[in-house]
Every structure is written in structure tokens, then in C-alpha cells.
Design a protein around this ligand. Sequence first.
Ligand SMILES: Nc1ncnc2c1ncn2[C@@H]1O[C@H](COP(=O)(O)OP(=O)(O)O)[C@@H](O)[C@H]1O
Ligand SMILES: [Mg+2]
Length: 292
Amino acid sequence: MSTDARVALVTCAIFPDLWDDDHPLRDALRERGVIVEAVRWDDTEADWSRYDLTVIRSPWDYVARRDEFVAWASGVPRLANPADIIAWNTDKTYLRDLAAAGVPIIPTEFVAPGGTWTPPGEGEWVVKPAVSAGAHDTVRYELPAQLSLAEAHVERITGAGVTAMVQPFLAAVDSAGETAVLCTPDANGELTFSHAIRKGPILRPAGQGAIDLGDEEITPRTPSAAELRLAEQVLAAVPGGAKRLLYARVDMIPGPDGEPRLIELELTEPSLFLLTAPASAPRLADAIISRL
Ligand SMILES: Nc1ncnc2c1ncn2[C@@H]1O[C@H](COP(=O)(O)OP(=O)(O)O)[C@@H](O)[C@H]1O
Ligand SMILES: [Mg+2]
């Protein structure tokens, strides 16, 4: 097949040729006759009106420049996922909306800049910023022994104008790991289950921060019925409905009762782990073509 269709896959300066995991998507689109270009989101020369669809993939340096990134998204015609979703999903305070809709999230205290909070009691807790990717500035603390460190961390985040999140550390991540459920449109355009992976634990023991992302442990996983149900429940609560989405990744960790808790809903720039599931890239390429 040959089309004149042109698709931009959005990346950043660090990955000018895309992240490896997006190569199967690029190749599947090219095999289908689509012209594919990898473009930096902050490329001032880029003319986004040239593309039949602009698909966000690896713009990972936006974390320190979120306002600029959200403004960029709102100016791109034909963007996947849509700009209003990007604005909502790049600040994890969206978890409050999902909790209000009945989704079991990891219990979270959100500390807004200038806000106050009550430090939790004993046990292991995680402090992290609400605008993040790749476990940026995410640390686990043993309380009360490390209370002053945890408090200083919250102050550092909020002092930079970002909401801080304080959560119980879900210890099951060290054994069961984290499950990411990937959803893309089926032949009818309905967002449905594509594949899933297990991600090994990222946080080192209390006070030590995260492992190197290069050491991240990713393996295919068959999700449990409860995990699939949680993914469905989360997607049903997305503002405007999931039908508008080209991709979604629902990340979860078992809570103390073994039932999955939502850690994040990735609608902006998730790694889709296409390399772990050979059918996933052709499926996503077909979905992109049917939306052109
Ligand atoms: N409450 C928690 N309990 C256990 N592990 C956590 C918790 N919060 C974060 N983590 C670990 O830190 C990683 C990054 O946190 P996450 O909330 O997914 O932010 P990011 O957007 O940076 O991926 C997770 O993949 C997980 O391994
Ligand atoms: Mg994550």
C-alpha cells in the first residue's frame, strides 16, 4: 500500500532517532506506506500542520518544562493523545479525579506549593513530585527515623512550584513488581487490551533513590482478571471518554490486601514496550492509519 500520509513521532533532543522501543511502530507504519518523521517537540523549525497525525512518544525532557510542553501540545493540530488529555495527565493530581470516580489509587497526600501536611506515622513512605517521568526525584523513606529528610524533600519539591506526593511504599513491588497494562484501539477503534508487562522494583532501600533506568527489568506478563478490571475502570473514568485515546498505559502495584492499586495512568509519553509483544506494533500502526 502507498499513501501520502505523513505521521510525526514526537521525541526529544536526547533521542533524535526515537527510543528503541518505538522503532517497531515506525517500521510498521513505513511498511504500510506512511511517511514517518521523528521530530523533537521543541524543534522551533517544525511545522506541525504538515502531519496527518502527530503522535507523542518520547518527549521525556518536558518534565522540567511542563507548562511549555502543555502549551506546545495545545498548538498542534491532530495530536494523539489530544491536548486536553496532555494538560490533565502531565500532573499526577489527576489521580484525585480518578479516586473521586471510585478508582483504587495508592492512598496519596498531595502537598501543594505553600500548602501544609501532616507527616504520616511509622513505616516506609515514598515522596515524589506530581510532575515526573522515569522515577525522577522519587525516594523511599523509613519513618520516623528519616522524617527530616522526607520533610526536606517535600519542601524542595513544593519550593520549586510543584505539588509533592506522599504515599505508603507498597512493599509488594519488591516481589510481584509493577504491572503495566497497555491498551490501543482494536479494529473497531475501541481502546482495548493489547499486552502487559512486569516492571521490577525501581526504588532502592530507604533514602537511596532510584536505580539507573538502564537497569529497569521489563518482562512480558499476563495480567490477572483483577488487573484487567482495574485498567477498564480507570479508562472508563478518563475525561471525555477513552474512545479519543490512541494509547493508554495503566500502571498498578498490589496493595497490602493483594488487590491492585493504581500508581499512574500514562496517557502522555508512556514507553509502550512494543518490543515485548510482536503483534502490538502492527496493531497500533493499523489504528493510526484508520485515524488518518
Ligand atoms: N507508593 C509506591 N510504592 C512502591 N513503589 C513506588 C511507589 N511510588 C513509586 N514507586 C516506584 O517508583 C517508580 C516511579 O514512580 P511513578 O509513580 O511510577 O512515577 P514516574 O512517573 O516517574 O514513573 C515506580 O515504577 C515504582 O517502582
Ligand atoms: Mg511510572
